[in-house]
Design a protein around this ligand. Structure first.
Ligand SMILES: NC(=O)c1ccc[n+]([C@@H]2O[C@H](COP(=O)([O-])OP(=O)(O)OC[C@H]3O[C@@H](n4cnc5c(N)ncnc54)[C@H](O)[C@@H]3O)[C@@H](O)[C@H]2O)c1
Ligand SMILES: [Zn+2]
Ligand SMILES: [Zn+2]
Length: 366
């Protein structure tokens, strides 16, 4: 069958020599219809996210259930599903608390359900949705209303939940609070629209590409800073939200969402915080990147903090259908995230367009 395989040295091949095994009793085979290309896919190719090869790529997809294992009761043939990357156990303490991103079996559980040119081939993020068909645990197949086009629904599976969940699930932003979002890509745009839903009073979008301003405002940004045109984006943010006179550089935002994966930008995000503010680390930097900050100046006396956020602290079976519902009510934008749909064979064109900064999201069709 057709698919896209990471073969090492920065190379991905579009192939028709991929096969996937039959489902086990608790698994589901999904015929992929659409898949978004997330920055994390680029990070696999450029080594930012180290991964063994060969590996069937893709982790943000939607499709139709084609086959179910004998023990599966949650989905049936023909159901429209968005894939969750969390193959969580459903039974541990974290799962029982509604925190599947903290389930120990939800990370590092790579297996080799594929063969590429006859040799065993890893899955990526337990999903591998850049393939005609994939096999996932039943808990990863989240049924959604078929009224949502799959070309938009696929984005819920990573960019949308990562950005919206960072605001709604992890930060729990309150009405009237202020926020900055660094990086207006597929993830950052969704942080922006979740801030709009939360009633944030100021939503300051920051990016280095002037072309991102219009998109940011469409999704709900109230203010825009072109980081390429200012010396320090934190100073530009403080100029918009001055905090009066006092020690420790008052002024800035209550929340700063780092959605670029560039280590220096996390510094900027912390510098942009008002007293009591919190920076949320969403972007994935290179594995060796370190954060060096004055503990005294940046955190202690002014109640500031920093928190990590994986996959929007998602509860996929709650969040995905809710996002679909809000989309159908016109309150969450999904179609507007899809800059272009490409035949899967044009994967390398999507990569070029991403590097050129042309896309909110590029979506593949199978
Ligand atoms: N925490 C998670 O679970 C999770 C999930 C998905 C993606 N991610 C990560 O989130 C990050 C964003 O992903 P995406 O798909 O939205 O990427 P994207 O490529 O669509 O968008 C990134 C944006 O950041 C902007 N940018 C780059 N450098 C900048 C800088 N110095 N200052 C301001 N803006 C800058 C780019 O112009 C672009 O608009 C990536 O690091 C990705 O790996 C994390
Ligand atoms: Zn992703
Ligand atoms: Zn668990």
């Amino acid at each position: 069958m057709r698919g896209i395989v990471f073969v090492g040295d920065g190379q991905a091949v579009v192939t028709d020599e991929l096969q996937v095994r039959d489902p086990k009793p608790h698994e589901v085979v999904v015929r992929m219809v659409n898949a978004g290309v997330c920055h994390s896919d680029l990070s696999v190719l450029d080594g930012t996210i180290p991964f063994p090869t060969p590996c069937a790529m893709g982790h943000e997809g939607a499709g139709v259930v084609e086959e179910v294992g004998s023990a599966v009761t949650t989905v049936a043939l023909g159901d429209h599903v968005v894939l969750s990357t969390l193959a969580n156990c459903g039974r541990c303490s974290a799962c029982a608390q509604g925190l599947p991103t903290r389930c120990r079996s939800s990370i590092g559980n790579m297996t080799r359900p594929f063969t590429y040119q006859g040799d065993p081939c890893f899955n990526f993020a337990a999903t591998s949705c850049f393939s005609e068909r994939t096999v996932v645990d039943a808990i990863q197949a989240v049924k959604i209303d078929p009224a949502v086009p799959l070309s938009s629904a696929c984005l819920i599976g990573c960019g949308v939940i990562t950005g919206m969940g960072a605001v709604l699930n992890r930060a729990k932003v309150a009405p009237g609070q202020t926020a900055a979002v660094f990086g207006v890509g597929g993830v950052g745009l969704n942080a922006i629209q979740a801030l709009r839903l939360s009633g944030a009073s100021r939503i300051i979008a920051v990016d280095t590409l002037a072309s991102k301003e219009a998109l940011a405002r469409q999704f709900g940004a109230t203010d825009w800073i072109n980081a390429a045109e200012v010396d320090a984006s934190a100073d530009a943010i403080r100029a918009l939200l001055p905090g009066g006179k006092g020690m420790y550089n008052p002024g800035g935002v209550d929340w700063a969402f780092e959605c670029t994966g560039v280590p220096k930008v996390l510094h900027d995000a912390i510098d942009a915080l008002e007293w009591g503010g919190t920076a949320v680390a969403v972007g994935v930097p290179p594995a060796a990147a370190l954060l060096e900050k004055s503990i005294f100046q940046s955190f202690v006396y002014i109640d500031k903090g920093i928190m990590g956020c994986r996959y929007g602290t998602a509860r996929p079976h709650h969040d995905f259908p809710k996002i679909a519902e809000l989309y159908l009510q016109g309150r969450v934008l999904l179609d507007e995230l899809v800059s272009q749909v490409y035949p899967h064979a044009e994967f390398h064109t999507v990569l070029e367009h991403m590097h050129e900064g042309k896309l909110a999201r590029g979506v593949l069709a199978f």
